[in-house]
Design a protein around this ligand. Structure first.
Ligand code: SAM
Ligand code: SF4
Length: 362
């Protein structure tokens, strides 16, 4: 069923039986193609304090009314129930998670949920300086900080008004708070920041950061541009192999390496003698992105989205607010799991159309 909110599955098709549910402490949830799903990315708000050009238009994405957004208690309940089914890792995202009031309490609740081994957050870092210590005390283990340029003026242009100094202060606060490893997410866009990939990779010589280059994904209709109407997605997309080639030509061979935080969609490498790592996230050019997928997503308005790049969602909020018991919630989570696509199929014409990235959380 296609709706303006996406492809929603009717809840009447839910049939959770105790026999379907993996035992607590088991291997996690297993999807129809055999992938173990133990990681939930939770968007705690659709709001953001920036407007990155590739993520959302400057205007025209109305915020959700407050009552449509899951409460902190509802989010904590979903985590508790999912942890009983095999969920092990949680990442908080947004919009911008640091603008959600009560975030520190939410981290504390999630971190103390039986079965949850890891709580992390993806943030633009703008407000992190004032929060990193409290978040770490509450149980946050790690942060990924999005930073697409090292140049103040360019940062302002890409984010439409951000101050890069705030992000550097956030990185330093995260380091002091022991949130490690610090991962920097860099979305590479031709003509916008692709001339900085070598500069970013070079930072890993002295810093123990994991700098991850992310292929641009097609979430805005046609254009990603600092000056509206300048060029199309195809012109701005830069494949991982090109980024790798440019880094190796300038800085030497990239040797395969392991991230300190374990498996994920990134492939990691180390430059000769470097303290940190260089990673590549290649949703469009490498099939392992889907083949090793271990996650589902929960949107701020309470939909489970089994695949980032496919408009198909299960309405968990409807179940939560219907007074349902935990078994019914497990049924909705299982339904999402069972309908998780094997891959995103962007090349077969599938494209996410109903939500912008800011409404999913990456
Ligand atoms: N506001 C937080 C931040 O910026 O880190 C969390 C939400 S943001 C949507 C999560 C991640 O998605 C960021 O690293 C961002 O760079 C990435 N992202 C957003 N739009 C993207 C796109 N079109 N293609 C690839 N990555 C994108
Ligand atoms: Fe906001 Fe993050 Fe999207 Fe930038 S990438 S607009 S910081 S949600």
């Amino acid at each position: 069923m296609s709706t303006p909110e996406g492809d929603l599955i009717p809840l009447t098709s839910i049939s959770a039986r105790p026999a379907d549910l993996p035992a607590a402490g088991g291997p996690g949830l297993v999807d129809p193609v055999g992938r173990s799903i133990y990681y939930l990315r939770i968007s705690v708000t659709d709001r953001c304090n920036l407007r990155c050009v590739y993520c959302m238009p400057e205007e025209g994405v109305p915020w959700l009314p407050k009552e449509e957004v899951l409460t902190l208690e509802e989010i904590a309940r979903v985590v508790r129930v999912a942890a009983q089914m095999g969920l092990r890792r949680v990442r908080l995202t947004g919009g911008e998670p640091t603008v959600r009031r009560g975030l520190v309490d939410l981290v504390r609740w999630i971190a103390s949920t039986p079965g949850i081994e890891d709580v992390a957050m993806t943030t633009n870092g703008i407000a992190l300086a004032g929060m990193a210590a409290d978040l770490a005390r509450a149980g946050l283990r790690r942060v990924n900080i999005s930073l697409d340029t090292l140049r103040p003026e360019r940062f302002r242009a890409i984010t439409r008004w951000g101050d890069i100094g705030d992000v550097f202060a956030g990185i330093e606060a995260a380091r002091r708070a022991g949130l490690r490893p610090i991962k920097l997410n860099v979305v590479v866009m031709r003509g916008i920041n692709d001339d900085e990939v070598v500069d970013f990779a070079r930072t890993t010589m002295d810093e123990d950061w994991e700098v991850r280059f992310i292929e641009l994904m097609p979430f805005l209709d046609e254009e990603v541009s600092c000056a509206k109407g300048e060029s199309t997605f195809d012109l701005q997309f830069v494949p991982t192999r090109e980024v790798k080639r440019r880094i190796e030509a300038a800085l030497g061979p990239l040797e395969p390496a392991e991230s300190g935080s374990g498996a994920g969609p990134a492939r990691y490498y180390r430059l000769p003698g470097a303290r940190g790592l260089v990673g590549f996230i290649s949703p469009l050019t490498e099939t392992h992105f889907c083949a090793t997928c271990n996650r589902m997503r929960l949107t701020a308005d309470g939909k489970i989205r089994p695949c980032l790049l496919t408009d198909h969602e299960v309405d968990l909020k409807g179940v939560l607010r219907s007074g349902a018991d935990d078994e019914a919630l497990k049924g909705a989570i299982l339904l999402a799991l069972r309908t998780k696509p094997d891959a995103h199929h962007l090349w077969d014409g599938n494209r996410p159309r109903w939500r912008k990235m800011v409404q999913i959380g990456g």
